[in-house]
Design a protein around this ligand. Sequence first.
Ligand code: FE2
Length: 204
Amino acid sequence: MKLTLEPLPYDKDALAPYICARTLEAHYEKHHKGYLAKLQDAIAETSLANKTLEQIIVQAEGTPFNMAAQVWNHTFYWNSLRPAGGGAPPKALTEAIRQGFGGMNEFKRELAEVANGQFGSGWAWLVADRSGKLAVLSTGNADNPLRREATPLLTIDVWEHAYYLDYQHEREKYVEAVLDHLLNWDFAAENLAKVRRAHDTLAA
Ligand code: FE2
């Protein structure tokens, strides 16, 4: 299967002032592109060469897993953000958040806690189980909830390369800015709707 780099869903200056164009330039052009190049080197002429990214993430270990997960995670992260994001989620997601966490403020506090509490590099996630029940979790380095049979709805990259130019060591300020101004709730709501449709199909 030919693996390609998905285009950024917005201009590189579109997330300013919360994430500047220099950060997106390096993050997308150097880090994200670099993971794909290393993945292609690692899987060339192996049994993984014909697999999808998701298959490699679930089945592989070592470099092929790390690089495939980093490619997938970054594409998912770009889509988890948008210019003029944040605010209130669509109604169905707001209700799922109320059921899962008690309310928006509680949810945002829990997501910020896992994002800020992840030691070293990693990712903070809003995920759903097969029934559509929500949870937050963090993963270290390249790890991805797909390995735990949870479906990602949103993610925040908490590797230093995601925020160092804008916030230096202050990850808390970056996470707060993402939560309040950049999260793409429509993307999360679409992902939750897919989980629910799959659940309803299985139950029918
Ligand atoms: Fe990153």
